[in-house]
Write a protein that binds this ligand. Structure first.
Ligand code: AMP
Ligand code: MN
Ligand code: MN
Length: 317
């Protein structure tokens, strides 16, 4: 795809990602925003996602994000959807997808079936940010664009340690860090540093976790009461599922938190023998082979029972 050619004649462009934006979503929306703002003149470009967590404050122009979903434009010439595998996950930006004259979808989720006029979906890419580099003219990159894209790759690869890292990922990172931003500081500040509340939630989730299926699965949950007691938000629970998965012998880790009474956001992580994207898709979610998620109504026990059947089928089948 020649992105700039595809955007020819567009006067208004909306850039968006998914609800509860993670590092890849924020990095890809902002990396693309900074790039297009530089390349396209006299075009209104709006980055639109929920307000990013404070640790992403190091990204240039992050305050330009339209988080109230009221850009004062009803219909955009182009809608660019990044890092979202379904239209459901656009949240309040969905109406702009529906009304847009042209829809461009760029994503790396294997579960993405493609729902735009132009779709670039590569399940092999580590992150949407890694994919974006394919559409960017190297001569137009700069330190700030490189930093935003680097953050996305770092976050979706667990600091270049997950199996989605390919030689191309490292080549991309090598190129990006050559722009000279302080990458060790960025990794610490946006990825590793945790607030006291985040550490308390992680501690609770680990202590209260349960092993089942002969230690092949681990599950833990945080309910609303606990979140209220600590003053925690869903963002404070990110990363817990990865820590659960680090338990020796575990094939699948499940972490869930209560969205509303009897309604949970479920995160799945696999060591590789179980394709959790298949399971998540079955429950109307999505993701990757080793990392996927969905939302589901029911009690904690209902959800665990359903999931153990799905996991057992794959482990035994
Ligand atoms: P999470 O467990 O929220 O960290 O998500 C793991 C992966 O699954 C990410 O790549 C998400 O984009 C994807 N994912 C999580 N929840 C959903 C959902 N409800 N629908 C589609 N994809 C999801
Ligand atoms: Mn994401
Ligand atoms: Mn991603």
């Amino acid at each position: 795809m020649d992105l700039i050619k595809e955007l020819e004649g567009c006067r208004t462009i909306l850039l968006t990602g998914h609800i509860r934006p993670d590092g890849d979503c924020i990095g890809s929306v902002m990396g693309m925003y900074l790039y297009l703002s530089k390349v396209l003149k006299d075009v209104t470009i709006i980055p639109m996602i929920e307000k990013p967590a404070p640790e992403f404050g190091c990204i240039k122009d992050i305050d330009k994000i339209c988080s109230d979903f009221e850009p004062g434009i009803q219909q955009f010439d182009a809608f660019i959807g990044l890092d979202s595998s379904t239209t459901d996950r656009y949240g309040d930006a969905l109406k702009f997808y529906e009304s847009a004259k042209k829809r461009i979808i760029i994503d790396h989720h294997v579960s993405n079936d493609g729902f735009g006029d132009i779709c670039v979906i590569d399940g092999e890419a580590s992150s949407t940010c890694e994919l974006l580099l394919r559409f960017m003219d190297e001569d137009m990159l700069d330190e700030e664009i490189a930093k935003a894209i680097y953050i996305g790759i770092i976050h979706d690869t667990g600091v270049l340690r997950f199996s989605n890292v390919r030689p191309a990922t490292l080549i991309a990172c090598a190129k990006l860090i050559s722009y000279g931003f302080d990458y060790p500081r960025i990794i610490d500040e946006t990825y590793y540093e945790k607030t006291r509340i985040q550490n308390e939630m992680l501690g609770r989730a680990l202590v209260e976790s349960i092993l089942f299926m002969n230690g092949k699965c681990i599950v833990s949950k945080i309910d609303q009461e606990t979140m209220d007691f600590y003053g925690a938000t869903p963002h404070d629970l990110e990363g817990i599922v990865n820590q659960l998965k680090n338990t020796k012998g575990v094939e699948v880790a499940i972490f869930m938190y209560e969205l509303a009474p009897q309604s949970y956001k479920v995160s799945l992580r696999s060591a590789g023998n179980v394709d959790v994207s298949k399971i998540a898709k079955f429950y109307n979610g999505g993701g990757h082979v080793r990392a996927a998620g969905f939302s589901m109504n029911g009690t904690f026990h209902d959800i665990v029972n359903n999931l153990s059947d799905s996991i057992a089928m794959q482990l035994e089948g």
